[in-house]
Design a protein around this ligand. Structure first.
Ligand code: PXG
Length: 289
């Protein structure tokens, strides 16, 4: 496998960073997960916009323009003959000293890995997934804004551990006020009648790219779409619930905390959105040509 590292395509074995990199020492860096479908890097510009915004908040200078990063992403996919897969962009603060001071890190490292990821088994897309509410509370947005897709994912990982320990693969996370934020690695949506709702980002959600695209698709389907504060009550009593994410795409949730949602099967709106999303990912994005 060829990895893009600091301006060059290198062999996987040579793709190494310093032990003094603050990405490793402090989780000081940002990342993106993007998918390529039949040679189309889905929503690449939107993902890179978010990467640059996350970096700006942390005052990390990526040292490349968006256009250069698009080209580097295309080149990395081509070098690996990757037409279908998962792309990870990582920008670390770079090598510095033992000490928090980021100004002592000379240059950010830019990494692009073009590989694959398989999140959930097919059975879960057909029949939906059961989830639990994690006891781990979502980071308070006023302290570390969840809109920053940083390399510090401990909050999400703590929740993910709870899910796996409980025998499920994903979990709902609540914010410090007890309202629904998102899942550990996906956004959450509720269908009730002809209305689709999802928590606003200030409730502790990442501004997911899939989330934005699914809201657009639902509006095109004639649904009313709203970002609203919600508690678990709205989820337990929903007609349908689903999760969205680059890796997960759109996946039905059929049970939360042992309460079946709707009739306990993936609902018609969810299935329609799954289908519409799968059409969109092959057309909306940057083709590797
Ligand atoms: N919320 C969080 C906390 C995420 O990490 C999403 C929502 C969905 O956002 P997008 O833009 O992808 O629609 C994410 C992104 C994994 C994994 O292995 C998941 C993500 C990122 C990296 C790894 O589950 N999801």
């Amino acid at each position: 496998m060829k990895i893009f590292l600091d301006g060059q395509l290198v062999d996987e074995k040579d793709a190494v960073v310093s032990v003094f990199d603050h990405g490793l020492l402090y989780g000081d860096g940002v990342f993106e997960g993007t998918r390529i479908y039949d040679g189309n890097i889905a929503f690449l510009k939107e993902h890179l916009d978010r990467l640059f915004e996350s970096a700006k908040v942390l005052m990390i200078d990526i040292g490349m323009t968006k256009e250069e990063l698009i080209q580097a992403t295309v080149d990395t996919c081509k070098a690996n003959g990757l037409e279908n897969g998962y792309i990870r962009h990582v920008v670390t603060r770079g090598a510095g000293t033992l000490g928090l001071n980021p100004y002592l890190c000379k240059k950010a490292s830019v990494i692009i890995i073009a590989a694959s990821i398989k999140l959930y088994p097919q059975e879960m897309y057909d029949n939906g997934m059961k989830i639990i509410t994690a006891g781990t509370i979502r980071n308070m947005s006023e302290a570390l804004n969840p809109r920053v897709k940083s390399l510090n994912y401990l909050n999400n990982i703590m929740a993910k551990i709870e899910a796996i320990n409980a025998g499920v693969m994903e979990c709902l996370m609540l914010n410090p006020q007890g309202y629904v934020a998102e899942a550990s690695g996906d956004n959450v949506f509720v269908v009730k009648g002809n209305k689709l709702t999802t928590p606003p980002t200030w409730c502790g959600a990442l501004e997911g790219i899939t989330r934005e695209k699914v809201m657009d698709l639902a509006r095109e389907m004639g649904m009313e779409v709203e970002e609203t504060v919600m508690s678990r009550y709205e989820i337990w009593t929903a007609d349908e619930v689903f999760l969205t994410g680059t890796a997960a795409e759109v996946i039905a949730v059929i049970e939360l905390d042992k309460r079946p949602i709707g009739n306990g099967k993936p609902g018609p709106i969810t299935n329609k959105l799954i289908e519409a999303y799968r059409k969109l990912v092959v057309s909306d994005g940057v083709r590797i040509g």
